[in-house]
Design a protein around this ligand. Structure first.
Ligand SMILES: C[S@@+](CC[C@H](N)C(=O)[O-])C[C@H]1O[C@@H](n2cnc3c(N)ncnc32)[C@H](O)[C@@H]1O
Length: 325
Protein backbone atom coordinates (compact mmCIF):
# COMPACT_ATOMS: atom_id res chain seq x y z
CA UNK A 1 0.00 0.00 0.00
CA UNK A 2 1.28 3.47 -0.77
CA UNK A 3 1.32 5.99 2.13
CA UNK A 4 -1.89 7.69 0.91
CA UNK A 5 -3.78 4.38 0.81
CA UNK A 6 -2.48 3.47 4.29
CA UNK A 7 -4.00 6.68 5.73
CA UNK A 8 -7.30 6.19 3.88
CA UNK A 9 -7.65 2.53 4.85
CA UNK A 10 -6.71 3.12 8.50
CA UNK A 11 -9.22 5.93 8.94
CA UNK A 12 -12.06 4.32 7.02
CA UNK A 13 -11.64 0.91 8.67
CA UNK A 14 -11.81 2.55 12.11
CA UNK A 15 -14.88 4.57 11.06
CA UNK A 16 -16.68 1.49 9.66
CA UNK A 17 -15.80 -0.61 12.67
CA UNK A 18 -17.25 1.98 15.08
CA UNK A 19 -20.46 2.13 13.05
CA UNK A 20 -20.64 -1.66 12.75
CA UNK A 21 -20.36 -2.10 16.52
CA UNK A 22 -22.95 0.62 17.18
CA UNK A 23 -25.43 -0.94 14.73
CA UNK A 24 -24.56 -4.52 15.82
CA UNK A 25 -23.55 -5.41 12.29
CA UNK A 26 -22.69 -9.09 11.69
CA UNK A 27 -21.36 -8.90 8.11
CA UNK A 28 -19.68 -6.24 5.98
CA UNK A 29 -19.85 -6.36 2.17
CA UNK A 30 -16.92 -4.43 0.63
CA UNK A 31 -18.03 -3.57 -2.91
CA UNK A 32 -15.31 -2.80 -5.47
CA UNK A 33 -12.82 -4.19 -2.96
CA UNK A 34 -9.87 -4.12 -5.38
CA UNK A 35 -6.80 -5.68 -3.76
CA UNK A 36 -8.77 -6.03 -0.52
CA UNK A 37 -6.80 -3.59 1.66
CA UNK A 38 -9.90 -2.34 3.47
CA UNK A 39 -11.42 -5.84 3.73
CA UNK A 40 -8.28 -7.31 5.29
CA UNK A 41 -7.97 -4.46 7.79
CA UNK A 42 -11.60 -4.95 8.84
CA UNK A 43 -11.02 -8.69 9.28
CA UNK A 44 -7.56 -8.78 10.87
CA UNK A 45 -7.52 -5.54 12.83
CA UNK A 46 -11.17 -5.23 13.81
CA UNK A 47 -12.42 -8.81 13.70
CA UNK A 48 -15.38 -8.26 11.36
CA UNK A 49 -16.53 -10.93 8.89
CA UNK A 50 -16.21 -9.42 5.40
CA UNK A 51 -17.42 -10.37 1.94
CA UNK A 52 -15.11 -8.70 -0.59
CA UNK A 53 -16.63 -8.23 -4.06
CA UNK A 54 -14.89 -6.98 -7.19
CA UNK A 55 -15.84 -7.54 -10.82
CA UNK A 56 -12.22 -7.57 -11.97
CA UNK A 57 -10.71 -11.07 -11.77
CA UNK A 58 -7.16 -9.67 -11.70
CA UNK A 59 -8.04 -7.63 -8.61
CA UNK A 60 -9.80 -10.58 -6.96
CA UNK A 61 -6.83 -12.92 -7.60
CA UNK A 62 -4.46 -10.22 -6.28
CA UNK A 63 -6.62 -9.85 -3.18
CA UNK A 64 -6.52 -13.61 -2.57
CA UNK A 65 -2.73 -13.69 -2.92
CA UNK A 66 -2.39 -10.77 -0.49
CA UNK A 67 -4.73 -12.55 1.92
CA UNK A 68 -2.52 -15.65 1.93
CA UNK A 69 0.51 -13.45 2.64
CA UNK A 70 -1.31 -11.73 5.49
CA UNK A 71 -2.34 -15.08 6.97
CA UNK A 72 1.28 -16.26 6.88
CA UNK A 73 2.46 -12.99 8.42
CA UNK A 74 -0.01 -12.97 11.30
CA UNK A 75 0.24 -16.75 11.51
CA UNK A 76 -3.49 -17.32 11.72
CA UNK A 77 -6.47 -17.75 9.45
CA UNK A 78 -9.44 -15.63 10.36
CA UNK A 79 -12.28 -16.90 8.27
CA UNK A 80 -14.82 -15.97 7.15
CA UNK A 81 -13.43 -13.65 4.51
CA UNK A 82 -14.63 -14.49 1.05
CA UNK A 83 -13.80 -12.89 -2.25
CA UNK A 84 -16.25 -12.85 -5.12
CA UNK A 85 -15.74 -11.82 -8.75
CA UNK A 86 -19.31 -10.55 -9.19
CA UNK A 87 -20.20 -7.35 -11.00
CA UNK A 88 -22.82 -5.69 -8.84
CA UNK A 89 -25.80 -3.89 -10.31
CA UNK A 90 -28.90 -2.50 -8.55
CA UNK A 91 -31.06 -5.26 -10.08
CA UNK A 92 -29.27 -8.03 -8.16
CA UNK A 93 -29.30 -6.48 -4.68
CA UNK A 94 -29.90 -9.25 -2.11
CA UNK A 95 -33.43 -9.02 -0.76
CA UNK A 96 -32.87 -11.93 1.64
CA UNK A 97 -30.57 -11.20 4.52
CA UNK A 98 -27.13 -12.86 4.00
CA UNK A 99 -26.50 -12.79 7.77
CA UNK A 100 -28.67 -13.31 10.87
CA UNK A 101 -27.60 -9.88 12.21
CA UNK A 102 -27.83 -6.51 10.40
CA UNK A 103 -25.23 -6.10 7.64
CA UNK A 104 -23.35 -3.16 6.16
CA UNK A 105 -22.25 -2.22 2.64
CA UNK A 106 -19.06 -0.22 2.12
CA UNK A 107 -16.80 0.96 -0.68
CA UNK A 108 -13.55 2.89 -0.63
CA UNK A 109 -12.90 4.83 -3.82
CA UNK A 110 -15.91 3.40 -5.56
CA UNK A 111 -14.88 4.88 -8.88
CA UNK A 112 -17.08 6.38 -11.58
CA UNK A 113 -20.62 5.13 -11.52
CA UNK A 114 -19.90 2.36 -8.99
CA UNK A 115 -20.84 4.76 -6.16
CA UNK A 116 -24.29 5.39 -7.67
CA UNK A 117 -24.74 1.67 -8.34
CA UNK A 118 -23.69 0.93 -4.75
CA UNK A 119 -26.19 3.38 -3.25
CA UNK A 120 -29.04 2.01 -5.38
CA UNK A 121 -27.96 -1.55 -4.52
CA UNK A 122 -27.99 -0.61 -0.82
CA UNK A 123 -31.48 0.95 -1.03
CA UNK A 124 -32.92 -2.18 -2.68
CA UNK A 125 -31.11 -4.63 -0.40
CA UNK A 126 -31.75 -5.65 3.19
CA UNK A 127 -28.51 -3.95 4.34
CA UNK A 128 -28.79 -1.67 7.37
CA UNK A 129 -25.99 0.83 6.62
CA UNK A 130 -23.82 2.07 3.77
CA UNK A 131 -20.43 3.79 3.90
CA UNK A 132 -19.22 5.16 0.58
CA UNK A 133 -16.23 7.17 -0.63
CA UNK A 134 -16.36 8.00 -4.34
CA UNK A 135 -13.61 8.92 -6.81
CA UNK A 136 -12.80 9.21 -10.56
CA UNK A 137 -15.93 11.16 -11.47
CA UNK A 138 -14.58 11.35 -15.04
CA UNK A 139 -15.43 7.65 -15.39
CA UNK A 140 -19.14 8.19 -14.80
CA UNK A 141 -20.27 6.44 -17.95
CA UNK A 142 -18.68 8.64 -20.58
CA UNK A 143 -15.89 7.98 -23.04
CA UNK A 144 -13.44 10.77 -23.72
CA UNK A 145 -14.28 12.71 -26.83
CA UNK A 146 -18.05 12.68 -26.36
CA UNK A 147 -19.56 16.04 -25.58
CA UNK A 148 -22.89 14.82 -24.23
CA UNK A 149 -24.08 15.01 -20.63
CA UNK A 150 -23.43 12.41 -17.97
CA UNK A 151 -26.22 9.78 -18.08
CA UNK A 152 -25.70 8.92 -14.39
CA UNK A 153 -26.23 12.38 -12.99
CA UNK A 154 -28.44 13.36 -11.29
CA UNK A 155 -29.86 10.32 -9.49
CA UNK A 156 -31.99 12.35 -7.06
CA UNK A 157 -35.46 13.57 -7.97
CA UNK A 158 -34.66 16.95 -6.45
CA UNK A 159 -31.80 17.73 -8.84
CA UNK A 160 -33.61 16.06 -11.76
CA UNK A 161 -36.54 18.44 -11.24
CA UNK A 162 -34.12 21.36 -11.07
CA UNK A 163 -32.72 20.31 -14.48
CA UNK A 164 -29.15 19.80 -13.21
CA UNK A 165 -26.72 18.22 -15.70
CA UNK A 166 -22.95 17.71 -15.88
CA UNK A 167 -20.89 17.65 -19.06
CA UNK A 168 -17.87 15.43 -19.64
CA UNK A 169 -15.60 18.43 -19.01
CA UNK A 170 -17.32 19.14 -15.70
CA UNK A 171 -16.83 15.50 -14.63
CA UNK A 172 -13.12 15.73 -15.45
CA UNK A 173 -12.86 18.99 -13.57
CA UNK A 174 -14.46 17.42 -10.48
CA UNK A 175 -11.38 15.16 -10.18
CA UNK A 176 -8.98 18.07 -9.71
CA UNK A 177 -7.59 18.89 -6.29
CA UNK A 178 -6.46 22.55 -6.34
CA UNK A 179 -5.98 22.55 -2.55
CA UNK A 180 -2.93 20.31 -3.07
CA UNK A 181 -1.17 22.66 -5.47
CA UNK A 182 0.51 24.63 -2.69
CA UNK A 183 2.15 21.45 -1.31
CA UNK A 184 3.03 20.04 -4.72
CA UNK A 185 4.41 23.03 -6.59
CA UNK A 186 6.59 21.08 -9.03
CA UNK A 187 3.74 18.77 -10.07
CA UNK A 188 1.30 21.70 -10.31
CA UNK A 189 3.65 23.70 -12.56
CA UNK A 190 4.35 20.56 -14.63
CA UNK A 191 0.61 20.14 -15.13
CA UNK A 192 0.27 23.71 -16.44
CA UNK A 193 2.90 22.81 -19.05
CA UNK A 194 0.95 19.65 -19.99
CA UNK A 195 -2.27 21.61 -20.46
CA UNK A 196 -0.38 24.06 -22.64
CA UNK A 197 1.09 21.25 -24.80
CA UNK A 198 -2.31 19.69 -25.23
CA UNK A 199 -3.97 22.96 -26.24
CA UNK A 200 -1.06 23.84 -28.55
CA UNK A 201 -1.24 20.50 -30.35
CA UNK A 202 -4.98 20.90 -30.77
CA UNK A 203 -4.39 24.39 -32.19
CA UNK A 204 -1.73 23.10 -34.63
CA UNK A 205 -3.96 20.22 -35.74
CA UNK A 206 -6.84 22.60 -36.45
CA UNK A 207 -4.46 25.02 -38.18
CA UNK A 208 -3.22 22.27 -40.52
CA UNK A 209 -6.70 20.87 -41.15
CA UNK A 210 -6.12 17.58 -39.30
CA UNK A 211 -9.27 18.18 -37.24
CA UNK A 212 -12.15 20.63 -37.48
CA UNK A 213 -12.29 23.57 -35.02
CA UNK A 214 -15.27 22.07 -33.18
CA UNK A 215 -13.89 18.52 -33.03
CA UNK A 216 -12.93 17.36 -29.54
CA UNK A 217 -9.25 16.72 -28.88
CA UNK A 218 -8.42 13.17 -30.05
CA UNK A 219 -7.98 10.49 -27.38
CA UNK A 220 -4.28 10.35 -26.50
CA UNK A 221 -4.20 7.90 -23.60
CA UNK A 222 -1.59 7.82 -20.87
CA UNK A 223 1.87 9.07 -21.86
CA UNK A 224 5.11 8.50 -19.98
CA UNK A 225 6.87 11.36 -18.18
CA UNK A 226 9.52 11.56 -20.91
CA UNK A 227 6.84 12.49 -23.47
CA UNK A 228 6.55 15.89 -21.78
CA UNK A 229 10.23 16.82 -22.17
CA UNK A 230 9.30 19.44 -24.80
CA UNK A 231 6.43 20.18 -27.17
CA UNK A 232 7.98 18.43 -30.17
CA UNK A 233 8.41 15.16 -28.23
CA UNK A 234 4.90 15.44 -26.81
CA UNK A 235 3.31 16.10 -30.21
CA UNK A 236 5.08 13.16 -31.85
CA UNK A 237 3.99 10.79 -29.08
CA UNK A 238 0.49 12.19 -28.69
CA UNK A 239 -0.70 12.38 -32.25
CA UNK A 240 -3.11 9.50 -32.87
CA UNK A 241 -0.82 8.12 -35.61
CA UNK A 242 2.26 9.15 -33.75
CA UNK A 243 5.93 9.09 -34.72
CA UNK A 244 8.00 10.97 -37.29
CA UNK A 245 7.20 8.44 -40.05
CA UNK A 246 3.47 9.16 -39.83
CA UNK A 247 4.05 12.87 -39.34
CA UNK A 248 6.05 12.98 -42.56
CA UNK A 249 2.88 12.03 -44.47
CA UNK A 250 0.68 14.53 -42.67
CA UNK A 251 0.19 18.26 -43.24
CA UNK A 252 1.67 18.81 -39.76
CA UNK A 253 5.43 18.22 -40.05
CA UNK A 254 7.93 17.63 -37.24
CA UNK A 255 9.73 20.79 -38.36
CA UNK A 256 6.54 22.84 -37.81
CA UNK A 257 6.21 21.93 -34.16
CA UNK A 258 8.90 24.30 -32.86
CA UNK A 259 7.29 27.11 -34.88
CA UNK A 260 3.97 26.67 -33.06
CA UNK A 261 5.69 26.55 -29.68
CA UNK A 262 7.67 29.75 -30.37
CA UNK A 263 4.60 31.53 -31.70
CA UNK A 264 2.25 30.62 -28.86
CA UNK A 265 4.59 30.25 -25.86
CA UNK A 266 3.59 33.73 -24.56
CA UNK A 267 0.01 32.39 -24.24
CA UNK A 268 1.11 29.66 -21.80
CA UNK A 269 0.83 31.99 -18.79
CA UNK A 270 -2.69 33.04 -19.83
CA UNK A 271 -3.66 29.39 -20.16
CA UNK A 272 -2.37 28.74 -16.64
CA UNK A 273 -4.66 31.51 -15.35
CA UNK A 274 -7.71 30.11 -17.18
CA UNK A 275 -6.90 26.60 -15.99
CA UNK A 276 -6.55 27.83 -12.40
CA UNK A 277 -9.92 29.58 -12.54
CA UNK A 278 -11.51 26.42 -13.95
CA UNK A 279 -9.87 24.17 -11.35
CA UNK A 280 -11.17 26.38 -8.54
CA UNK A 281 -14.66 25.26 -9.58
CA UNK A 282 -13.77 21.63 -9.01
CA UNK A 283 -14.88 21.46 -5.33
CA UNK A 284 -18.27 22.93 -6.36
CA UNK A 285 -18.80 20.19 -8.96
CA UNK A 286 -17.69 17.45 -6.58
CA UNK A 287 -20.04 18.88 -3.93
CA UNK A 288 -22.92 18.78 -6.41
CA UNK A 289 -22.26 15.10 -7.20
CA UNK A 290 -22.07 14.24 -3.49
CA UNK A 291 -25.15 16.34 -2.70
CA UNK A 292 -27.08 14.48 -5.40
CA UNK A 293 -26.13 11.12 -3.86
CA UNK A 294 -27.19 12.31 -0.40
CA UNK A 295 -30.49 13.69 -1.68
CA UNK A 296 -31.18 10.37 -3.38
CA UNK A 297 -30.67 8.50 -0.09
CA UNK A 298 -32.84 10.97 1.83
CA UNK A 299 -35.59 10.59 -0.80
CA UNK A 300 -35.40 6.82 -0.22
CA UNK A 301 -36.05 7.33 3.49
CA UNK A 302 -32.46 6.94 4.77
CA UNK A 303 -30.75 8.94 7.48
CA UNK A 304 -27.65 10.44 5.91
CA UNK A 305 -24.41 11.92 7.25
CA UNK A 306 -21.41 13.39 5.46
CA UNK A 307 -18.07 13.00 7.20
CA UNK A 308 -14.65 14.37 6.14
CA UNK A 309 -12.39 11.34 6.58
CA UNK A 310 -8.83 12.67 6.30
CA UNK A 311 -6.91 15.81 5.41
CA UNK A 312 -7.87 16.62 1.77
CA UNK A 313 -4.22 17.49 1.08
CA UNK A 314 -3.35 13.87 1.82
CA UNK A 315 -6.37 12.37 0.06
CA UNK A 316 -8.52 14.76 -2.00
CA UNK A 317 -11.49 12.38 -2.28
CA UNK A 318 -12.04 12.44 1.46
CA UNK A 319 -15.81 12.76 1.97
CA UNK A 320 -17.62 9.74 3.38
CA UNK A 321 -21.32 9.32 2.68
CA UNK A 322 -22.82 7.34 5.53
CA UNK A 323 -26.47 6.27 5.58
CA UNK A 324 -28.66 4.01 7.66
CA UNK A 325 -32.17 2.69 7.11
C1 LIG B 1 -10.72 2.52 -7.69
S1 LIG B 1 -10.83 0.81 -7.37
C2 LIG B 1 -10.88 0.82 -5.60
C3 LIG B 1 -10.40 -0.46 -4.99
C4 LIG B 1 -10.38 -0.51 -3.46
N1 LIG B 1 -11.67 -0.28 -2.87
C5 LIG B 1 -9.34 0.44 -2.91
O1 LIG B 1 -9.71 1.50 -2.37
O2 LIG B 1 -8.15 0.13 -3.02
C6 LIG B 1 -12.51 0.41 -7.81
C7 LIG B 1 -12.76 -1.08 -7.95
O3 LIG B 1 -14.15 -1.28 -8.21
C8 LIG B 1 -14.31 -2.38 -9.09
N2 LIG B 1 -15.65 -2.25 -9.71
C9 LIG B 1 -16.07 -1.27 -10.55
N3 LIG B 1 -17.37 -1.45 -10.88
C10 LIG B 1 -17.78 -2.58 -10.24
C11 LIG B 1 -19.03 -3.28 -10.17
N4 LIG B 1 -20.12 -2.85 -10.81
N5 LIG B 1 -19.10 -4.40 -9.40
C12 LIG B 1 -18.02 -4.84 -8.71
N6 LIG B 1 -16.81 -4.21 -8.74
C13 LIG B 1 -16.70 -3.09 -9.48
C14 LIG B 1 -13.13 -2.25 -10.04
O4 LIG B 1 -12.80 -3.49 -10.63
C15 LIG B 1 -12.02 -1.73 -9.11
O5 LIG B 1 -11.22 -2.78 -8.61
Amino acid sequence: MNPKKVVEVEHLAYFISQLARREEVGLIADLGAGQGYLSRTLVYQYDHPVLAIDSNQIQTCGAERQLQRTEKFVNKTKKPLSASGDQISPGDAPTNSPAPQPWLVCGLHACGNLSNVMLKWFVKSTAKCVVNVGCCYNMMGLTEGTISYCPFFPISQELTHKGATLSVNALKLACQAPTRWADQTTTAIGNFERHYFRALLHYAMVDRGLVQPNDPFPVVGRLSKTAFANFSTYAQRALPHHGPAQLSNSPLKVGDLAYYDTKLRPQAARMAIVWTLKALLSPCIESLIILDRCLYLVEQGCQVDLVPLVDPNVSPRNIVIMATK
